[in-house]
Write a protein that binds this ligand. Structure first.
Ligand code: ATP
Length: 488
C-alpha cells in the first residue's frame, strides 16, 4: 500500500495530467486522495459523477450533472497555479464519445502547463489504447495487513469489543483479499448478531472470501474432502509435498529457504493428479483455488490478459493458498498464429508472476500431454519440480483397490492378488470404476461384493492404456529421459 501511495504522489508531482486508477473501492480511494492532497499541498480535491455532478466546490455544488463535457471544461477554467485534483467517477462510460475523446487529448496538453490533475476512477481498465501515451494507469491494491489491523482496531474500539492483539492479527490475516467495505460488512453482521467483533468471526470472513471468489468467472473456490490417506501409492510425491509444506513456516524463512513455488504434475488421465491437488489443500489447511484455463481464453467480457491479471491479484490476496491450474496443456497448447499470440502473452505473464512471486501461493499445474506444453513452462526453475504420475504398479494397484473397496464396503473380505494381476496398466480412476461396477453386480442380487464380481468388472473394462497406448508410451519415454521425477 505504501508503494501505491508513493507511486501516486510521484505521478502527481511529475505532472502527469491524466491518471486512471482501477478499483472498486471508491470511498477508500477518496480518503487516500484526501491524505495525498494534504501531503502535497493540493488545495482543492473535487469529485464528479454523472448523478451528483460536481462536489467539493463552494457555490458550484451539483453542477454538471449528466454533463461530462461541462466538467472537463470546468477544470480548464481553474486558475493554473491553484492546484486542483479532479476525480471523475465511472468515466469509462463516456470515454468512447468522440467529443470527449478530443477534449481529453487537448486537456492533456493544456493541463501539463498547470498544476491540475484529472483522475479517472473505474472498476475496469480503459477499453481502448487511444490514450496510452497520455495517461498513467495504476491499480489500487486491496488493503494490506497494516490497513486491515487499523480498520479492525478502529471498529473494535468504537464497539467496545475487547479484542486481544493476537486475535486482531488473526482477523486481519483472515481478511486479506477483502475490500474495506467487505470487512466492514462482516463486522456489521457480527455486531448485530453478537454486539462485538471477536476471533470467532474468522469463519464468517472465510465465507465472505468464498463469495468473492464465487463472483470471479475464472477462479473457483474448491471445497476439498480428500486427504493424503485417500491416495494409494505416489509415495515419492507425497513425501516431497510433505517436505515442501514445512518450507512455508517462518522458521524456514529464518533458515534462509525461499517460499515453495509449485509443482507440475504430468501423467495419463485418472492417475490421481487432481486428487493430489485436493488432498494437499486439506492437509495443508489452505484454500484451494481452481483456475479455469478454458475460461481465461473464452469470449467473456474483457481481454484474456486482463482476466489473468485479475486472477493473479485475487489469488495473491487469498494467500496462503493453493492455485490449481487444471489441464494446463489444454489452455497453452494452442498455436500462437491461431489466437493472435494471446495464449503466449497470458502464459508469459503467468510465468513472470511465478518467477517473481513472493507470496505464499503454491501452484499445482496438471497436464495429460507434454507434446503440446510450451517448452518455457518445462524449463527448470519455473516449478520447484515436475513429477510424472505413471499408471500404478502392482503394489499401488493393491492399495488403490483396497482404499476404494474399504471406503464403500468396510467389511469386505477377499484377496486382491488376482485382480491386481489382471489390471496391469489400469489407472487409479479405472480401478475405482471397476470397484463400483462390481458393487452394482453384487447389489442387484442384494449380497456382499466378492472377488468374482471384481474379476468380471475388470475383464469388461477396456483401459485407456489400450486405446491410447501410443500417447502413454510417449509420456513414459519423455519422463524416462530425466525431465521429470517419477512420483512413485
Ligand atoms: P485427469 O488427467 O483426467 O484430470 P487425474 O490424473 O487428475 O485425471 P483424478 O481426477 O485425480 O485423475 O482421478 C480420478 C479418480 O480416480 C479420483 O477421484 C480417485 O477416486 C481415483 N484415483 C486416481 N488415482 C488414485 C490413487 N492413486 N489413489 C486413489 N484413488 C485414485
Amino acid at each position: 500500500m505504501e508503494t501505491f501511495r508513493q507511486n501516486l504522489e510521484l505521478i502527481i508531482r511529475s505532472r502527469t495530467p491524466l491518471i486512471w486508477i482501477k478499483t472498486n473501492e471508491e470511498e477508500r480511494l477518496q480518503s487516500i486522495l484526501k491524505a495525498t492532497c494534504e501531503r502535497l499541498n493540493i488545495t482543492k480535491l473535487v469529485s464528479w459523477d454523472c448523478v451528483n455532478g460536481i462536489r467539493g466546490v463552494l457555490n458550484e455544488e451539483n453542477k454538471f450533472k449528466n454533463n461530462p463535457i461541462g466538467i472537463l471544461n470546468w477544470i480548464k477554467e481553474q486558475k493554473a497555479n491553484q492546484s486542483t485534483l479532479l476525480l471523475l467517477k465511472d468515466f469509462h462510460r463516456f470515454y468512447e464519445d468522440p467529443t470527449i475523446g478530443r477534449t481529453l487529448k487537448e486537456l492533456s496538453v493544456y493541463l501539463r502547463e498547470t498544476s491540475h490533475n484529472l483522475i479517472f476512477n473505474s472498476h475496469v481498465y480503459p477499453t481502448s489504447n487511444e490514450f496510452d501515451d497520455l495517461m498513467t494507469i495504476i491499480e489500487l491494491p486491496l488493503p494490506d495487513q497494516n490497513e486491515l489491523i487499523n480498520l479492525l482496531e478502529n471498529i473494535a474500539k468504537k464497539t467496545n469489543s475487547d479484542l486481544k492483539r493476537n486475535d486482531l492479527i488473526d482477523l486481519a490475516i483472515a481478511s486479506s483479499g477483502l475490500s474495506e467495505a467487505r470487512v466492514r460488512q462482516v463486522a456489521a453482521k457480527a455486531l448485530t448478531q453478537r454486539g462485538k467483533i471477536s476471533s470467532s468471526d474468522i469463519k464468517e470472513i472465510i465465507e465472505e472470501k468464498k463469495q468473492v471468489i464465487a463472483r470471479s468467472e475464472i477462479l473457483e473456490f474448491f471445497e476439498s474432502q480428500s486427504s493424503q490417506n485417500d491416495i494409494g501409492g505416489l509415495k515419492i510425491l507425497k513425501d516431497w509435498l510433505n517436505q515442501r509444506y514445512q518450507a512455508f513456516s517462518s522458521e524456514a524463512r529464518e533458515y534462509g529457504l525461499p517460499l515453495p513455488k509449485g509443482v507440475l504434475l504430468v501423467g495419463p488421465q485418472g492417475t490421481g493428479k487432481s486428487l493430489i491437488a485436493k488432498s494437499i489443500a486439506k492437509s495443508w489447511c489452505m484454500p484451494l483455488l481452481r483456475l479455469d484455463v478454458g475460461r481465461l481464453f473464452s469470449g467473456l467480457v474483457g481481454s484474456s490478459e486482463a482476466r489473468t491479471r485479475e486472477a493473479i491479484t485475487k489469488t495473491e490476496a487469498m494467500s496462503p493458498c493453493i492455485l490449481w491450474i487444471d489441464e494446463i496443456d489444454k489452455g497453452f497448447g494452442g498455436d500462437a498464429r491461431s489466437d493472435g499470440g494471446t495464449s503466449q502473452r497470458v502464459l508469459a505473464s503467468l510465468l513472470t508472476w511465478m518467477a517473481e512471486k513472493e507470496s505464499a501461493v503454491f501452484v499445482i499445474a496438471t497436464a495429460n500431454a507434454i507434446d503440446k506444453l510450451p517448452p518455457e513452462l518445462l524449463r527448470k526453475g519455473r516449478f520447484d519440480e515436475i513429477f510424472f504420475l505413471n499408471l500404478p504398479n502392482a503394489n499401488e494397484r493393491s492399495k488403490i483397490l483396497n482404499l476404494h473397496i474399504k471406503k464403500r464396503r468396510p467389511n469386505y473380505d477377499f484377496p486382491l492378488e488376482t485382480i491386481v494381476d489382471r489390471t496391469q496398466d489400469y489407472s487409479g480412476a479405472e480401478l475405482e470404476q471397476a470397484v463400483i461396477e462390481a458393487m452394482h453386480f453384487a447389489f442387484s442380487e442384494r449380497r456382499e461384493i466378492s472377488e468374482r464380481d471384481l474379476i468380471k468388472a475388470v475383464s469388461e473394462l477396456i483401459p485407456l492404456s489400450r486405446t491410447a497406448k501410443e500417447q502413454i508410451d510417449q509420456l513414459k519415454g519423455w519422463a524416462s529421459t530425466g525431465r521429470a521425477r517419477f512420483a512413485s
